[in-house]
Design a protein. Structure first.
Length: 450
């Protein structure tokens, strides 16, 4: 049996209500209509905020994050974020946004309403050999990779996919691992060699779930999607060989240019990214979860993490070809429970390119969330700004409460017809405006003469 987290209301007018979670998810607790658990918007519960707190669940782990609520979120009678006895002011204030990692038996109190926390561990969970519970951040991946490549060249069967590669240099790093440039000594081809380190114990079920997603990603074959060539698992870490994009990513390119992109530059990239999504959202996928609980062939794969850092460029005769990178790998890594509670943790990064539907429901996987993210990237390329104002408040709460700023409030340098399309594409209340990549691309083409 998989690990399970159960929240039961033990005090207040909602006593007896129970909420069970068996997979990676987030939920917002409050009086707003889209909250889950939803607290009634009546006089008795008025001291609970509309968006009171975020509960981040990755069974068997659970964390609660207060949204700056007027009356606070309490765990075992202690207000989270409040300095405890014996703590220095620096220790008490180290969290900018108050969070608390919960244990079985803890009590979460929101005014008159109290939730008890029950955590049922996974039965007969087997930890894979050499997988640390929490890998050290000081792991020297360069040395580890060199040793891995030497083992591959020595004939280790499980590493056959990288037996001909030599490590060249580091390309970058992120919350889950690092990326290196490597060369195939037989063909001369250069590839990006990516390593992802589990931040929690990697049990067989989680590894199997993630590897199934890898097979789905390998099935994608389109000129505007970075090709995942091969993948493997060794010493508790995952590694991948991917198509190398010599132009870097859009964010870094803009930093090098020291300016925003022209309308023509930004739209050329956007149209290519949308072409990649049109394909991916309809592609035949080998292993998707079926209604009956099993797995079989399906159609369509959603990325769920498109941002300027994940749009890569290849120089082709002086012109850039845009490619969607990291096609769903980071999100699949998180959904498999391998990256810890990163939705609200320090390594989560900014939700600047995430529609509110994904904050409300982390697992939300409709293709429309990718379309919204592409519109947010276009907005950024044209203005140098993210669509929402996230400053001065919890960024996840800002996504829920703040509407995107109209693009003409950021820049007047684009035609009104295009501005209207971008603003429509960033509507996410009560629902996302453009439901498909093809629909958004059609609106762009209609608004701009190419």
């Amino acid at each position: 049996m998989s690990a399970k987290v159960i929240l039961t209301i033990t005090e207040g007018q909602l006593t007896g209500q129970k909420f069970e979670f068996e997979s990676r998810t987030t939920c917002i607790v409050g009086r707003a209509d889209e909250c889950h658990p939803k607290i009634p918007d009546d006089e008795y519960h008025r001291t609970i905020s509309r968006y009171h707190c975020l509960v981040d669940i990755n069974p068997p782990n659970i964390r609660v994050r207060d949204f700056g609520s007027k009356n606070g979120t309490f765990v075992n009678q202690q207000k989270i974020g409040q300095r405890e006895a014996g703590q220095t002011p620096e220790e008490g204030a180290k969290l900018k946004f108050p969070e608390y990692d919960l244990n079985s038996g803890d009590m979460i109190k929101l005014s008159h309403t109290v939730f008890s926390v029950d955590i049922l561990p996974e039965k007969q969970s087997i930890i894979l050999p050499n997988v640390p519970t929490v890998p050290s951040k000081k792991v020297n991946l360069w040395d580890w990779l060199k040793a891995l490549l030497n083992r591959a060249k020595a004939g280790e069967e499980s590493l056959k996919a990288i037996s001909n590669y030599t490590l060249l240099r580091k390309l970058g790093e992120g919350g889950c691992g690092e990326v290196y440039l490597a060369r195939n000594e037989q063909t001369g081809e250069e590839v990006a060699l990516k390593v992802m380190l589990p931040q929690v114990a990697a049990n067989p079920r989680a590894v199997q779930m993630f590897q199934r997603e890898i097979e789905n990603t390998k099935a994608l074959n389109h000129p505007n999607i970075v090709k995942l060539k091969d993948a493997g698992f060794a010493d508790g870490n995952f590694f991948f060989t991917l198509e190398y994009c010599d132009g870097g990513n859009v964010f870094d390119w803009m930093q090098q240019l020291g300016r925003t992109l022209s309308v023509d530059e930004a739209l050329a990239i956007t149209r290519q990214v949308l072409d990649g999504l049109i394909y991916a959202h309809e592609a035949e996928i080998p292993a998707v979860k079926l209604a009956g609980g099993g797995f079989g062939k399906g159609r369509g794969l959603v990325h769920r993490d498109i941002k300027p850092h994940n749009i890569f460029l290849v120089n082709q005769g002086g012109k850039f070809q845009a490619k969607i990178g990291d096609y769903g790998l980071s999100k699949a890594f998180d959904l498999a429970g391998l990256s810890g509670l990163t939705m609200s943790g320090a390594s989560a990064g900014s939700p600047a390119f995430m529609p509110r539907q994904q904050v409300i429901d982390f697992k939300y996987a409709d293709p429309a969330v990718d379309v919204w993210a592409v519109a947010a990237c276009l907005y950024f390329m044209l203005t140098g700004c993210i669509p929402r104002d996230l400053s001065g408040q919890d960024p996840f709460l800002a996504v829920l409460k703040n509407n995107p700023v109209p693009i003409h409030d950021r820049t007047s340098g684009i035609p009104e017809s295009l501005a209207k399309v971008v603003d429509r594409a960033l509507l996410d209340k009560p629902e996302l405006y453009y439901k498909s990549a093809a629909e958004f691309k059609g609106a762009i083409v209609h608004s701009w003469h190419f």
